[in-house]
Design a binder for this molecule. Structure first.
Ligand code: ADP
Length: 169
């Protein structure tokens, strides 16, 4: 890498939906790196997503609009393959608990097999968001709990709206 090359962070995830925990990692990455690419992965969720990829991308875009060096993309390929599109990128992941570490450690080894040059860096979750995940948000939304402080406030109405359809099933 030459000193003129931009340092790029890729923040991947399913963002189903984006939470303030995700946003905290994205914001901190944007302070450390020249550019951040948030990549909404089609295939990242362990369960089938509740929001379409277009909805997830749109919500993330609106949540990061105030950060000029952050852009949002989506990918329907393996993350390690996607990262090859960038000359000088590292993956940045958030770590909440030991269980995140076990999973991420394994993923890192898999990614290295596909793309040996790809490095992963970890930021520890902020204390106030260690409990927060998209699945917590989905569960709370489903049972009409208050989402304030869990997701960006401008997204609350549409998450609540969508959750109404989950209660019918
Ligand atoms: P989730 O685990 O909420 O379903 P994703 O699969 O979209 O989220 O996770 C994308 C990335 O965001 C992962 O690196 C994950 O560890 C990180 N992340 C998710 N929630 C938080 C949080 N509350 N604090 C810090 N990092 C988080």
């Amino acid at each position: 890498m030459t000193s003129s090359q931009k340092r790029i962070a890729i923040c991947p995830g399913s963002f189903d939906p984006i939470t303030l925990g995700h946003l905290n990692i994205i914001r901190r990455s944007a302070q450390i790196f020249d550019e951040v690419v948030v990549c909404v992965m089609h295939n990242a969720t362990k369960t089938s997503p509740k929001f379409t990829v277009e909805e997830r991308v749109d919500m993330v875009r609106r949540a990061v609009i105030r950060y000029p060096n952050v852009r949002v993309e989506s990918a329907d390929i393996l993350l390690a393959e996607y990262a090859k599109r960038f000359e000088n990128a590292v993956l940045v992941k958030g770590l909440r608990a030991a269980s995140d570490f076990d999973y991420e450690f394994q993923m890192n080894l898999v990614n290295k097999r596909i793309n040996p040059d790809l490095e992963t860096m970890f930021l520890t979750a902020s204390e106030k968001y260690t409990f927060l995940s998209s699945s917590v948000v989905r569960e709370m939304a489903k049972y009409q709990a208050d989402l304030t402080g869990l997701v960006p406030s401008e997204l609350i109405p549409e998450i609540e709206e969508k959750a109404r359809t989950w209660r019918k099933n």
